[in-house]
Design a protein. Structure first.
Length: 392
């Protein structure tokens, strides 16, 4: 089943903040490939018709929706279709919210990016406490390695999730000199979240809800618990593919795990709430609001927002590491954003600051070709060929 909703180019984004209306875009600024019935729209429609896409795609220019499409079901059991107001699990696409929270405290002078782990947290090994800085963690250059998570555990409360992951990141060990490229996972994500809590006196979830989602006007975004995921008709359920090729609702089948090698045995529904520093749920329009708030100084003062997205670590070609996100150059312009995935979960948001575009892809089924979709998005917006985009 497919459901589609479209707003013509130039239509205002629903729920835009009063007094912040964007100027109507000049028609020549809207590439044909981005418009309804354009190349990108046709491509996503083909994927949906082939059963390879269930979710929402949205293209926004200067805060105004150019293209919004919804396909498939948010909850097959209850017959609820996906739509623009459906909130999707973000996976790693929610990690930059943690970096924003840290920078929000930094701009208030409550912490410094050069602070070491031991400045704010106790109980870490001496080499980690004294050598690894917040900058190292946010840029994925901590030199830390974190043990594999227990993906079979079914959590039953926020407190259980918090206690487990606090102890989990404390098991990290220094395997390379701080400043060496590692990853944006494990301790690199979990320790900054614990620092946010230590400095603010609030849980990570509450701090981000108030100071990121709240400041951006992201009224449909939250760190939902599993009971809410099961009952709220506005939240998409993840449809996970099993070894026999069948699909199940992961959150209603906690005994089932993914057969994919990269997430072997994992089921996103087993966590009662997403790990501090990771995940969350958002709608496509809310992610546009986040992008707009980064650009206009609402969520961070402009210099701090530029620090968030500034290229710091060279990756490959024209792709670089920023704070909790990759950034790249495509056809002569910067692209900032983050993707994420779990069994039955795909998410991506990209900001094109030179031209005022934002692209969002949110999906709730396996086998969705997220990297290919976002590549087509970038081509539609920038005119870039795949070879122009670089990595990341």
């Amino acid at each position: 089943m497919a459901a589609a909703g479209v707003m013509a180019a130039g239509a205002p984004l629903a729920g835009a903040r009063p007094g912040r209306a964007a100027p109507a875009p000049i028609d020549s600024e809207i590439p044909p490939a981005t418009r309804p019935a354009g190349a990108y729209d046709q491509y996503v429609a083909r994927l949906a018709a082939e059963g390879r896409f269930s979710g929402v795609v949205l293209l926004s220019h200067r805060g105004r929706t150019v293209l919004s499409r919804s396909y498939g079901m948010a909850d097959r059991e209850r017959g609820i279709p996906n739509h623009e107001g459906t909130a999707f699990s973000l996976g790693s696409a929610g990690k930059p919210f943690g970096a924003v929270a840290v920078l929000h405290l930094a701009q208030q002078g409550r912490l410094s990016l050069s602070d070491t782990v031991g400045t704010h947290l106790k109980g870490y090994a001496k080499d980690i406490a004294e050598q690894v800085t917040i900058h190292h963690l946010l840029s994925g250059t901590s030199g830390l390695s974190t043990p594999d998570e227990d993906v079979q555990r079914v959590f039953q409360s926020r407190e259980e999730v918090h206690e487990y992951h606090e102890q989990w990141v404390r098991q990290s060990v220094l395997v390379a000199a701080p400043g060496s490229r590692t990853s944006h996972s494990g301790a690199d994500v979990g320790i900054p979240a614990l620092i946010v809590e230590a400095v603010s006196g609030k849980t990570y979830w509450d701090y981000v809800q108030e100071n990121v989602f709240g400041r951006c006007g992201m009224t449909s975004s939250a760190f939902h618990t599993r009971p809410r995921w099961l009952t709220d008709e506005h939240i998409a359920h993840p449809y996970m593919t099993l070894a026999d090729g069948g699909q199940v609702d992961a959150v209603r089948n906690l005994d089932k795990g993914s057969p994919r090698p990269d997430v072997l045995g994992k089921n996103p529904g087993r966590s009662f709430i997403d790990t501090p520093g990771d995940g969350g749920f958002a709608t496509a329009p809310d992610l546009v609001r986040f992008a707009c708030a980064l650009g206009d100084g609402t969520v961070l003062h402009r210099p701090w927002a530029e620090l968030l997205t500034g290229a710091k670590i060279p990756h490959s070609g024209s792709s670089f590491g920023a704070y909790d996100m990759p950034v790249r150059i495509a056809n002569g312009q910067w692209v900032f954003g983050r993707g994420g995935g779990n069994p039955g979960v795909s998410a991506s948001w990209n900001i094109y600051p030179y031209t005022g575009w934002v692209g969002v892809v949110l999906g709730n089924c396996d086998d969705l070709p997220l990297q290919e979709i976002t590549s087509r998005e970038t081509q539609a917006i920038t005119g870039a060929s795949p070879s122009d985009e670089g990595g990341g």
